[in-house]
Design a protein around this ligand. Structure first.
Ligand SMILES: Nc1ncnc2c1ncn2[C@@H]1O[C@H](COP(=O)(O)OP(=O)(O)OP(=O)(O)O)[C@@H](O)[C@H]1O
Ligand SMILES: [Mg+2]
Length: 341
């Protein structure tokens, strides 16, 4: 360790639409919802992450909660900068008593991002204290996090189903050969469920409840092994206005999600059809890798496997695959020459 290293701290950030994760010294030190609570009167930040999430959907007129990222990119520059700053502040042992360390960051970005959006990520990081910023494409980070050797002369298909976007990419020789990104992912699934509950049960539920339904009994198929039990959902009756409870089954939720999942399937087929033949042959052998929270939906791997007639593997701990890969890239800055400065 050189003298310079003493004053430099490295962190890897997965700035996601739904969750922000940070790795420091090989450990995940931040894993929090990307939500900020703000006092409307003073514009001061009241809470970020878990604390802000508890307030989500339960605020009164003086507090608002915002999700600073939309569809994988920064939608509210100020809020996201504050969020990054607060989350970095919460990292144990990062700040010494004597000096503020200079920060070197690797941050991942969606593959379809524009130059302006890229600039916003870089600026937010710099305003939050970064001296050196490197950017890495999310599918690349996901692949590294899964343990794929991305620099081999061999094609690999990665699908990252996050909160805001589904990114499908074919990687080879350390680069993205072709990719397809659609704004249908976990958050759309959640909205589909909320809409279904209104339309079919006259029950008005908030986003946290709809997400809970998805996690407890959500399914991509109407025929799955070990189906989850029926689930009681509470909300407000649209007709009477009174609080009420209804019982739903996983089959209903599978119906509610069907259209959105079909859109993801179509995007995957399109990405496969754009893949050069030599790489298609590789993918035929190695199958498809999936990461991101949305890939945890019951039966989704099976459904995609049936549709593509390829084996589908879901990453271990899919919510953390991207940040794991970003952390590995951070440790090997010289090796991974595809990192952008
Ligand atoms: N067990 C589960 N089943 C289904 N969906 C889940 C499960 N756990 C989490 N999710 C969903 O995963 C999504 C969040 O995934 P992730 O953290 O990978 O997204 P993100 O990286 O923040 O978003 P993006 O990459 O689009 O910017 C949310 O929509 C969440 O509801
Ligand atoms: Mg993500």
């Amino acid at each position: 360790m050189g003298v310079f290293d003493l004053f430099t701290q490295d962190i890897a950030i997965d700035l996601g639409t739904a969750n922000t994760l940070i790795i420091h010294n090989d450990k995940v030190v931040v894993d929090a919802p990307s939500i900020v609570a703000i006092d409307r009167a003073t514009n001061k930040i009241i809470a970020v992450g878990h604390d802000a999430r508890m307030m989500h959907g339960k605020t009164h007129e003086n507090i608002k909660t915002i999700r600073p990222l939309k569809d994988g990119v920064i939608a509210d520059f100020n809020a996201s900068e504050h969020m990054i700053r607060e989350m970095i502040k919460s990292i144990p042992g990062l700040k010494s008593r004597w000096f503020a360390p200079s920060l070197r960051m690797v941050i991942c970005i969606p593959s379809g991002i524009t130059e302006v959006e890229k600039r916003a990520v870089r600026d937010s990081a710099e305003h939050a204290g970064a001296k050196e910023v490197y950017l890495i494409h999310e599918p690349m980070a996901a692949a590294i996090g899964i343990g794929v050797d991305v620099q081999e002369p061999k094609g690999n298909m990665i699908i990252d189903i996050g909160g805001g976007t589904t990114e499908i990419a074919v990687l080879a020789l350390g680069g993205i050969v072709c990719d397809k990104s659609i704004k249908v992912a976990g958050d759309v699934f959640t909205n589909d469920i909320a809409f279904y509950m209104r339309a079919h049960h006259n029950l008005y539920v908030g986003e946290p409840t709809a997400e809970q339904i998805k996690i407890e009994i959500g399914s991509a198929l109407e025929d799955i092994e070990n189906p989850p039990a029926e689930y009681a959902v509470k909300g407000r009756d649209l007709l009477s206005g009174k609080p009420k409870q209804v019982i739903v089954t996983y089959k209903e939720i599978a119906k509610a999600l069907d259209k959105s999942i079909t859109r993801i399937e179509d995007a995957i087929l399109e990405a496969l059809s754009m893949t050069p033949p030599e790489l298609a042959a590789d993918i035929y052998n190695s199958g498809i890798y999936m990461a991101g929270g949305g890939s945890m939906l019951r039966g989704l791997d099976m459904r995609i496997s049936r549709k593509t007639e390829l084996p589908v593997y879901v990453a271990e701990d899919p919510l953390r695959a991207v940040v794991r890969g970003t952390g590995i890239a951070l440790k090997n800055l010289e090796k991974y020459n595809f990192l952008m400065r």
